[in-house]
Design a protein around this ligand. Structure first.
Ligand code: SF4
Length: 116
């Protein structure tokens, strides 16, 4: 079975600016989860990450929420994500994710249809 990454995370930070996951804490003043941090700056673009990543991946249920590596949940109208994909991935989200060391390898393989 071939793994597919339909919409890999490229670190736009949008999801953790919209709300906090089960292990996060939303900071209404900052308008983001308090654990969201800028991990890299590439070509002037902030690449975000979770400062609790190592802790969270060890917790029961973390594979469902926040489901690191399972793909972007906010890829529509996300201009920052589009900029990262354009600049870092030269138009490819997968190429950007790999270049940035995002956890695409943990993505859940999609089931294949019988005729594939
Ligand atoms: S993944 Fe990390 S930064 Fe994002 S909401 Fe959860 S705890 Fe916060």
């Amino acid at each position: 079975m071939q793994e597919q990454f339909p919409s890999p995370c490229v670190g736009s930070g949008r999801c953790c600016k919209s709300s906090a996951c089960a292990f996060g804490e939303y900071d209404h003043e900052a308008q983001q989860c308090r654990y969201l941090v800028v991990e890299q700056r590439v070509e002037g673009l902030d690449i975000y990450g979770c400062s609790r990543y190592a802790f969270i991946v060890e917790q029961p249920g973390a594979q469902w929420n926040p489901a690191f590596g399972a793909g972007c949940c906010q890829n529509l109208f996300n201009e920052h994500r589009e900029a990262i994909i354009t600049v870092v991935g030269q138009g490819s989200a997968t190429r950007a994710a790999i270049a940035l060391g995002r956890p695409t390898k943990e993505a859940v393989p999609l089931p294949r249809l019988p005729h594939e």
